[in-house]
Design a protein around this ligand. Structure first.
Ligand code: HEM
Length: 121
């Protein structure tokens, strides 16, 4: 059986997950369509929460302390295109950081069910 933290290790553990989030923040910053949603967001807090969430989700030793996905995305009118674009940015960052494709797909499969809580809320 594979260890509980398999995916976390594949992502590069604490350093890898942190770099993943920092890479994603650069991508968000450079995407005018997505960055507009973040104009009133405390980015340092968002960064910390996203690191926690990806760490926990991948089986790492963290506890996510933020709001639910539905709570935190309500009122932003995030579109399907926004969601798809953010996923593309994440894939680009994971590929640049040499996360194996199998692990990339495992992470994306864990994020996909959040779609319904994020889009058109
Ligand atoms: C599966 C996909 C996604 C995940 C896992 C995710 C994760 C998160 C997390 C952990 C937070 C912080 C929650 C909190 O403040 O307590 C957050 C907030 C936020 N997310 Fe997402 N998100 C996703 C998709 C998106 C998309 C597609 C957009 C739009 C482009 C987006 C825009 C935002 C914004 C604007 C905030 C900040 C809300 C605020 O300032 O109060 N998210 N997200």
């Amino acid at each position: 059986p594979e260890p509980k933290d398999w995916l976390y290790q594949q992502l590069g553990a604490e350093t890898g997950v942190t770099q993943l989030v920092d890479g994603l923040l650069v991508e968000i910053e450079q995407d005018p369509q997505i960055v507009q949603h973040f104009k009133d967001t405390d980015i340092a807090r968002f960064r910390k929460l996203l690191i926690e969430q990806l760490c926990e989700l991948s089986g790492g030793p963290c506890r996510y302390s933020g709001a639910t996905m539905q709570e935190s995305h309500t009122g932003f009118q995030i579109t399907q295109a926004d969601f798809d674009n953010l996923v593309d940015h994440l894939i680009k960052v994971m590929t640049a950081q040499k996360v194996p494709v199998g692990a990339q797909n495992r992470l994306l499969a864990k994020l996909a069910p959040m779609y319904k809580d994020v889009v058109y809320r």
